[in-house]
Design a binder for this molecule. Structure first.
Ligand code: ADP
Ligand code: ADP
Length: 228
């Protein structure tokens, strides 16, 4: 069951940089795909196109399992986690996780159970009333993940989410993301330049090369991490 189909996508920025050349990639439901490659090979550009946040210059992008809105973009099925958690400092953890539901018109009261359940999945149920400044970097990242999950997306896109965190925190978060993937059935596309991280996390690794960015290798992993 494909969630995303990229077919021969080329992306040329107005600067003339060819960020992606002829990239084809199908992401199937249930996969944990790592996009692995060196800095500048087009991983973020590809992820933004998969998210519907950036246009392809040529080629096609489609989301066969999603409701498509009048702009030709998928509606509500995709969430994005960036390296920078970008939380609202004037809002509590609860308020920050409420944001995507608020944008859909759901009040805090109506969203309370969903928000608390989502906070529990990332181990933050006791921090609902805390403010971002009171939290460590790893906890802020957990808030950011909860905010991405609270709308129950089919597809979670993560762009080098843990690269700025220390090694121990990073390993804990990797384990949390794996657990979430196993427990929820969500599909993940995870951008990283760490071979270790991609091998530890994924069910499939897509290796990219630069100048111009393109797919170099694409292989399934047979590890203890597969879902039952
Ligand atoms: P990665 O995520 O693998 O580090 P990116 O997708 O960020 O790679 O970038 C791929 C290439 O496109 C790089 O050469 C980068 O400098 C260039 N690039 C990225 N975004 C832009 C932009 N908005 N305008 C011009 N060039 C860009
Ligand atoms: P609530 O849902 O609790 O009303 P809001 O996000 O609407 O939360 O606003 C909470 C407070 O933060 C308000 O006082 C508002 O003026 C302030 N605020 C909202 N957006 C911004 C912003 N971009 N920068 C700084 N303060 C903001």
């Amino acid at each position: 069951r494909p969630l995303v189909v990229m077919d021969q996508v080329t992306k040329v920025f107005s600067s003339g940089t060819v960020a992606l050349s002829d990239m084809s990639l199908t992401v199937n439901g249930g996969e944990f795909v790592s996009l692995l490659g060196p800095s500048g090979c087009g991983k973020s550009t590809a992820l933004r196109i998969i998210a519907g946040l950036g246009d392809a210059s040529t080629g096609m992008i489609d989301w066969p399992s999603s409701r498509i809105n009048s702009k030709g973009l998928p509606e509500g099925d995709i969430s994005f986690v960036f390296q920078e958690p970008t939380l609202m400092p004037w809002q509590t953890v609860f308020g920050n996780v409420h944001l995507p539901l608020k944008l859909k018109g759901v009040s805090k009261a109506a969203a309370r159970d969903e928000i608390m359940a989502t906070l529990a999945t990332v181990g933050l149920e006791d921090f609902a009333e805390a403010y971002p400044r009171e939290l460590s970097g790893g906890m802020k990242m957990r808030v950011s993940i909860a905010r991405a999950l609270v709308t129950r997306p089919k597809l979670l896109l993560m762009d080098e989410p843990f690269a700025a965190l220390d090694e121990i925190t990073r390993q804990k978060l990797n384990d949390d993301v794996l657990r979430l993937w196993k427990e929820t059935g969500i599909t993940v596309v995870f951008v990283t330049h760490s071979v270790f991280e991609s091998a530890y996390l994924s069910s499939r690794i897509v290796v990219m090369k630069s100048r111009p960015g393109r797919v170099h290798a694409d292989f399934a992993l047979h590890t203890s991490l597969e879902r039952d």
